[in-house]
Design a protein around this ligand. Structure first.
Ligand SMILES: [Ca+2]
Ligand SMILES: [Ca+2]
Length: 92
């Protein structure tokens, strides 16, 4: 079974739907230290729960960081997260 970008997004979307009522709940949940930013490690946790294979989790987390993080500080703020979710087509 191949992991395409679409499949990963579908998995993330279904995780969001089953576990959280809105993206902010998801963001707060994965923001472990509650500083208002997600790190690459936080994305790995999200991907783990979305059922993404451990073999590619690191790579996908890296990819998500790069596409979500707009000011290149290696952190994803709520603003960046929200924007990326809108652009990805994941419905709120
Ligand atoms: Ca954090
Ligand atoms: Ca950032």
């Amino acid at each position: 079974m191949a992991w395409t970008k679409e499949k990963i997004l579908i998995n993330i979307e279904s995780l969001m739907r089953s576990k959280f009522t809105n993206p902010k709940d998801a963001f707060d949940y994965y923001d472990n230290d509650k500083d208002g930013f997600l790190t690459k490690a936080d994305f790995k946790n999200l991907l783990k729960e979305a059922g993404v294979s451990s073999l590619i989790r690191g790579l996908v987390a890296e990819f998500m960081m790069k596409s979500f993080d707009q000011n290149n500080d290696n952190l994803v703020s709520w603003f960046e997260f929200q924007k990326a979710i809108k652009e990805s087509g994941i419905k709120e």
